[in-house]
Write a protein that binds this ligand. Structure first.
Ligand code: CA
Ligand code: CA
Ligand code: CA
Ligand code: CA
Length: 397
């Protein structure tokens, strides 16, 4: 379903590999990608040195300044916050499977946030500032040392970034779900005020950044670890089934179940392990109901029963199923008190296989003698919803 996307990614990588033109005889030298494990070891050593030799100051609005330590007594290193009981707290997170190795990534929690966390495939509205880390060789006047160079920032974000379709670096999508939004109030002119939002600093090894292929429009060198400070202002829930690309345009056909509702093991992440460029040795996918390799968040038929999820979620046309949509919502929706003239309630959520009386109690349950739905079938917590139940609709044999 998404193979076009992978071709695109491969093409980008290919361009980076062959772009080193040499000599005047028009021969192109192919530079192989560096070994992922070796590059990670180098990056991690640089990041750890940086964390031990720099300190951070944070304003009330979560703006950060990181500077080299000049007075160890008054300037605790960033590394000293590792596993701290209070904030700031530095965390070392293991991220397995990407490029066939287990990455480790440091991130600093300045504040977790009081709102909701995005999935790794959701949209995020974030203010951020990015720098890259570089080791400078020894010169006659200076010893070998690490420098950081600013490359990009957004202070007043207006665009939600889709972390899946937008193809953001893994250092972002593997970390943002560990933070939450805050609360938003609006000024008289409609401009937003964000409070209590999650904020942090990411220290990203190059393999979870741009590796050998930084954006050509940027000043980032190849194989550069990245440092992002960010504020998570808002998120947008996404529903990502699509039919690939046509002339570069994504043909969207979502199934009506948001990605976060297709996260079967509830860990905040859904991943497509068919992308063997990113996952050369993939694990079993915990978010793939029918085990066909297509994770639920991209699968048009989650339970593999031959009926699309969209079909299985379609409400009958007779009363009392009238509502705002012809499809069942995932859970019942309550009326919004902020809009007293509109009734947004949708009581008939995605049901489980019906558990009521048989249509004809004298005969066994079958495709021609189904049970009737009862109200709890639409509301029982933890119910196996029909689009994930292979035994519904009733099988023909
Ligand atoms: Ca979906
Ligand atoms: Ca998951
Ligand atoms: Ca599947
Ligand atoms: Ca199905």
């Amino acid at each position: 379903m998404n193979k076009f996307k992978y071709y695109f990614v491969l093409l980008l990588a290919g361009l980076a590999i062959v772009s080193c033109n040499k000599n005047d005889d028009d021969k192109t030298e192919v530079v192989p990608l560096r070994d992922y494990q070796e590059q990670f070891n180098t990056d991690n050593a640089d990041i750890e040195e940086y964390l031990k030799t720099n300190y951070i100051t944070v304003t009330a609005n979560m703006d950060v300044t990181i500077s080299p330590i000049t007075d160890a007594a008054s300037q605790p290193s960033i590394m000293s916050y590792l596993d701290s009981a209070t904030y700031p707290k530095l965390v070392l997170r293991e991220i397995p499977y990407i490029h066939g190795i287990t990455y480790k990534m440091y991130y600093l929690i300045l504040r977790e946030g009081s709102g909701v966390a995005p999935m790794n495939t959701d949209g995020v509205l974030t203010a951020y500032r990015g720098e890259y880390l570089k080791r400078v060789e020894k010169t006659d006047t200076e010893p070998e040392h690490l420098t950081t160079t600013f490359f990009d920032q957004v202070i007043y974000p207006k665009t939600v970034i889709d972390m899946y379709v937008g193809n953001v670096i893994k250092g972002w999508s593997e970390t943002f779900p560990l933070f939450k939004t805050g609360t938003t109030t609006y000024n008289g002119d409609g401009t937003p005020n964000y409070q209590d939002f999650g904020a942090g600093v990411l220290f990203i090894p190059s393999g979870l950044g741009y590796y050998a292929a930084p954006p050509s429009s940027s000043t980032i060198p190849t194989y550069a670890p990245l440092i992002f400070s960010f504020k998570l202002y808002d998120i947008r829930r996404m529903d990502h089934e699509n039919n690939g690309y046509s002339n570069g345009v994504l043909l969207e056909n979502p199934d009506g179940v948001f990605d976060y509702q297709e996260d079967l093991n509830g860990d905040g992440f859904v991943r497509d392990y068919r992308d063997t460029t990113t996952y050369p040795n993939p694990p079993a996918n915990p978010d793939d109901s029918d085990g066909d390799g297509i994770p639920d968040f991209l699968d048009h038929d989650d339970d593999g029963d031959g009926y699309t999820t969209r079909f299985e979620l379609t409400k009958p046309t007779d009363a009392p199923f009238s509502g705002l949509s012809k499809y069942y919502p995932y859970d019942p929706i309550l009326d919004n008190p902020a809009t007293p003239n509109v009734d947004e309630s949708e009581l008939w959520a995605i049901p489980r296989r019906p558990t009521g009386e048989l249509t004809d109690p004298t005969k066994p349950e079958s495709i021609t003698n189904p049970r009737k739905f009862v109200p709890e079938d639409y509301t029982a917590p933890g119910r196996l919803r029909i689009h994930l139940d292979k035994t519904y609709p009733y099988q023909k044999n």
